[in-house]
Structure formats: C-alpha cells, structure tokens
Design a protein around this ligand. Structure first.
Ligand code: IMP
Ligand code: MG
Length: 335
C-alpha cells in the first residue's frame, strides 16, 4: 500500500501539552506542505521562534514555514476579528484559506458563554465556542461564506487537503485541546463543546481514516488543567510553584492547575486516538539539565528513565522530546 504522508497531531490530556511547539518544529524540519487547524479560538497554540512568542488562536502553528499552505477546516469555528488580526501579525495573507462552510463565532455566543450559569460552572474560556456549536446543531449558524471580510480567504478546504494527500504532499492536521476535554471521551460535563480525538480532527478537516498514516499524540511531562473538573493527583498551587510546574493559560491568562504525569490516562489517550507515535514536551521542566538538548545522549539518566517508562507503559515510541520553548529545542529520535 502507498505510504500516505498525512499526520494528525492531537493532545493527550487537557490541552496545553505543547502542540504549537511540536507543529512549528515539524513545519520547519519536515517541510510540511499543508497544515489544517481544527477547533477554534478557545485554544491558544504557543510558538516561540528566534525569541519571539506567538499565542495563536486561529492561524495554524505551521506558519513559520513560508512555503506551507495554511487552512481552517470545515468543522472549525472562526472568530473573524481574531483571524484577521493574526493573519496580519503572522503575515500569511497570501497562503491561508478557510472552508466556505466553517461556522462563525458571533458576539452573542461569547455573551451566552459568559452569562449562562451552567457554563460558568464548567469554567469555559468565554469565547462562545460551545454556544456557536449549539447554533450549528440548530442549523442556523452563520458560515464563513456569509462574511464579506472573509471572501478573499474562502476555499474548499476538504478538496484541497484530499488532493494534497493524493499527490503525496506532506499534510498535517493540527488538533486543539486534548482528549480529556473531548465532549465524548473526556471528563464530561467538564469538557469542551466538541470531540477532540484524532478521528474527530479528521472529520473536521474532511479526511477519512484510511488517508492517515500517523497519529502523533502530544504529552507534557506533567499534566495541567484550566477550568473545573477532576485532575487526578492534583498538587496545591504552592507545591506546583515549588516544582516549577505552575503555568498561566496562554489564551485566557488563568492559572493552570497541575498534577504528575498519569500513565493510565496516557494509555487511554493512545488507545482512543489509535496513536502511532508520541511527543513528550517540557522534559526540561522536570529535569533542568535537559534544557536546550538536541540529542538523546545529552539527556540526564533520570530523564531517559522517565522517557523509557512512558514508552513501556503506553506501548508506542516517544519520537520527539521538548527541551525548551523554541521550535528548535527538540530531541528528534526519528533521525
Ligand atoms: P470551552 O472550550 O471554552 O467551552 O471551555 C470548556 C472547558 O475546556 C474549560 O474547562 C476550558 O478551560 C477548557 N479549554 C478549552 N480550550 C482549552 C485549551 O485550549 N486549553 C486548555 N483548556 C481548554
Ligand atoms: Mg493552549
């Protein structure tokens, strides 16, 4: 069978695993031809490049590669102002496209998100993504094709991706959030408004399962969560600060709760995503001697043991290891 060069990148836990960093590295290193972002503005994907930080909520994290075509899939929920702002900041006007039938996030959705009592209890990001999805389900959603400012960007993303894959181009589907925030597979009702698994990412992009040859699931070396809902092994804020695990959310500036890596959840993430490869980010936060390492041999013994234990427990190889915030701070074991 023909080897299909299409990869899905998906988060294992509650988002913020470092998908932005992994996608930006792959964009440059693997010379991606096409990157499709799914989901919406509730997710911020952080990319660091040459000392500059981008917290992307609309533009695909592969934008660093100037030859890469950037797309928002048919299942995406587009925030028009945020999209236009990020297109300017990243200077991608000539190479970004939105599917005509993607839904639009409206001001009223954000208001509903912030004022509905039941959503307040979930601790949503307040961008209105859940209410916009409800609108889509009611069959009354505004679509990208209805928005005058988006006309220059409209395209048939589904066709573009499928043709690119058929031509053997390197395509990456960029998932948002993580499996534990999935509407189906996550910690319901403390979840986001859509399925975040690899299959759902394919569906949102318009690609069938037989066209995927690689599912890369991204783990952070410890777990974090923003908003309400269970977090097994949760540390106190004080303990998180002591360990250097304390983080603020890139999108909302809220505090992230944290906990040690959980093998049982990790195995579940591999199973449900039918993952073939894993990435492990922020290993330098657990083991500071890893900082900036580019070769596996440079890692301290403890860090290697931790990586080996993860591989043993999840049954797939850890091929990429994040050792710092820059796109290039990575140990690439595929080489
Ligand atoms: P919503 O996606 O804004 O509806 O929020 C639902 C839940 O998902 C809340 O707990 C949010 O904090 C969480 N959430 C949504 N997007 C992200 C993300 O990108 N990273 C981390 N948490 C997220
Ligand atoms: Mg994030």
């Amino acid at each position: 069978m023909k080897k299909l060069p299409c990869t899905v990148v998906t988060g294992a836990f509650w988002g913020d695993e470092g998908k932005g960093k992994i996608v930006s590295y792959l964009a440059l290193n693997d010379q991606l031809d096409v990157c499709v972002r799914t989901g919406s503005v509730n997710a911020a994907h952080t990319v660091w490049y040459e000392g500059k930080r981008y917290a992307l909520q609309m533009v695909p994290a592969a934008f660093l590669n100037e030859k890469c075509r950037l797309l928002l899939g048919i299942g995406a929920n587009v925030h028009v102002a945020k999209f236009l702002e990020e297109v300017k900041v990243t200077n991608v006007k000539e190479r970004i496209g939105i599917d005509r039938q993607a839904s639009i996030l409206e001001e009223k959705h954000s208001i509903q998100d912030k004022t509905s009592a039941h959503l307040k209890g979930i601790g949503t990001t307040g961008w209105g993504v859940g209410p916009a999805i409800e609108e889509r389900v009611r069959r009354t959603a505004k679509l990208a094709e209805d928005i005058p400012e988006l006309q220059p960007y409209l395209t048939d993303v589904t066709r573009e991706i499928n043709e690119a894959i058929d031509k053997g181009k390197k395509v990456l589907l960029e998932g948002t959030q993580g499996l534990m925030l999935s509407l189906f597979h996550g910690t319901y009702p403390y979840v986001t408004g859509r399925d975040t698994s690899a299959s759902a990412i394919c569906s949102e992009a318009g690609v069938g399962p037989t066209k995927i040859d690689n599912v890369l699931v991204v783990f952070k070396a410890f777990m974090t969560r923003v908003g309400a809902g269970s977090l097994p092994g949760e540390l106190t804020t004080e303990e998180a600060q002591k360990r250097g695990w304390f983080e603020m959310a890139a999108g909302t500036g809220r505090e992230r709760r944290s906990a040690p890596f959980n093998f049982e959840l990790a195995r579940r993430a591999v199973m449900i995503n039918s993952a073939t490869q894993a990435a492990l980010t922020k290993l330098d936060i657990l083991y500071p001697q890893c900082k900036g390492a580019k070769n596996y041999d440079e890692l301290p013994e403890e860090a290697k043991q931790f990586t080996k234990e993860i591989e043993k427990q999840i049954g797939i190889p850890v091929v990429l290891i994040g050792t710092g915030p820059e796109a290039s701070d990575i140990v690439d074991r595929r080489k």
